[in-house]
Unconditional design. Sequence first.
Length: 147
Amino acid sequence: MKFKTIWIAVADGARARFFRSNAGGTRIEPALDVELVADRRPSREMVTDKPGRTRDRAAFGRHAMEPSTDPHVHEQQAFALKVAELLDEHRKKNAFDELIVVAPPKMLGYLREAMSEPLRRMVRREEPKDLTKLDPNTLPRRLAALV
């Protein structure tokens, strides 16, 4: 009996790790030697320009305009795209048969948006949890329950 190769992507807005299960969920091991890490600088360091200024229509005051998007939200969306592209690259190489995605709800939404349609069809389960901060010894046991 051949078991399906299942990959598990564990991500949050700034970090992603990838695992695989080949033995029917009894053994979880790292799928890749890399861990993706996003930019975690404070907003003031991400935005290089000062915000634009505008005049009040009703009064004589001036004030700074708010940026159209939060730099952290933009970084998280860009990071989700990077994670989805890496997974799609390995999907094309037939590295896995099914995918489980574990991420906080907001990041799960960003990942869904970033995934290609063929990759989305391979998603077996989505788990809205943040497990990225678990230590390497505890994480495989928690992931085994999802497989």
